[in-house]
Design a protein around this ligand. Structure first.
Ligand code: ADP
Length: 312
């Protein structure tokens, strides 16, 4: 008996009384330009937006991140959305989800993005549990390229996690969701807001240090992502959020004896999960780490979404 192929089925939006938008009409008309779009299948939803496939009059297909205007009541959520649009709009890199345009109709704001048809690393991780070191090298080098590009433009992502790392049809990494990204005003500017996703938050953010945090929070998250891809779950995973925070502050995690990973992978994880942000390796140092001396595929087959790839 073959497993059901989940990719062929469109996800069904759950109708629930929340601030999430209702399913938009089949024809969406931009109030800004008058252009018309045909709404397609539902792609997924987050805490803030629902995403639908959408097609323009020339047949180009995009992912439309759709936000109900009714949910933008507070100045804070409006500022968050404007910040996300402003930062994302300025990004242009092969491993960052391409921002196409944004427009509104009477009820929603639509952010048109490049479609990532193979979903996120989180979806792949749920099915696979663990990735091979070859796959991890392939993913990680692309993640590093995108993060280097962002940091070079003074943008800290601040919410790097498996669920925000998308895969296009060719299994290329596309980092998305700039909802928490911060654009630093100068080279010495620092950030003080406590934000992120519990499992991925850096200790300096939790300690709420006087002088704030900076780019190194993304390096910490890269360490968490690396651990999760190889071990099968994030290092500080716990049922209780407060316990997660306690473990992060104490850097309390282990490498389960039953899971084999190379000493190089272990060394790289340990150096990234350093309490001292300044002691974490730079993006170039990570790319030069002996972990990358191992085999690195030039592309991945999409069959690895479901199972361990058979290398030819
Ligand atoms: P939120 O800001 O509310 O968390 P996300 O940006 O995470 O919203 O998007 C919600 C969901 O929509 C994602 O988990 C994913 O399933 C889907 N999605 C978002 N962007 C894309 C995209 N570019 N291509 C395909 N699906 C997407």
């Amino acid at each position: 008996q073959h497993q059901e192929e989940p990719k062929q089925k469109a996800a069904k939006p759950k109708e629930k009384p929340s601030s999430l938008c209702k399913t938009p009409p089949t024809t969406i008309r931009s109030k800004n330009t008058g252009a018309q779009f045909h709404r397609g299948i539902f792609l997924g939803e987050g805490g803030f937006a629902r995403c639908f496939q959408i097609q323009d009059e020339n047949g180009n297909v995009y992912a439309a991140k759709t936000i109900a205007k009714a949910s933008l009541t507070s100045a804070k959520t409006r500022a968050k959305l404007l910040g996300e649009i402003k930062v994302h709009q300025s990004m242009d890199h092969p491993n960052i989800v391409k921002f196409v345009e944004c427009f509104e109709d009477d009820v929603n704001v639509y952010i048109l993005l490049e479609v990532c048809s193979n979903k996120t690393l989180m979806d792949m991780h749920r099915r696979r549990k663990r990735f091979t070191e070859q796959e991890v090298r392939y993913f990680l080098i692309q993640i590093l390229g995108a993060v280097k590009y962002m940091h070079g433009r003074r943008v800290i992502h601040r919410d790097l996690k498996l669920g925000n790392i998308f895969l296009d049809h060719g299994m290329n990494i596309k980092i998305g969701d700039f909802g928490l990204a911060a654009l630093l005003l100068s080279d010495t500017d620092r950030k003080k807001t406590i934000c992120g996703t519990p499992n991925y938050i850096a200790p300096e953010v939790l300690f709420g240090k006087e002088d704030g945090h900076s780019f190194e929070v993304d390096l910490w998250s890269v360490g968490i992502i690396l651990y999760a891809m190889l071990i099968g779950k994030p290092p500080f995973q716990s049922k209780e959020v407060n316990l997660i925070y306690k473990k992060i502050k104490a850097i309390e995690y282990e490498f389960p004896a039953e899971i084999k990973i190379s000493p190089e992978a272990k060394d790289l994880i340990q150096s990234l999960l350093n309490k001292d942000p300044n002691a974490r390796p730079s993006l170039d140092q990570i790319a030069d780490h002996p972990f990358f001396h191992g085999e690195m595929p030039s592309h991945l087959p999409s069959t690895c979404l479901e199972g361990v790839p058979h290398w030819k």
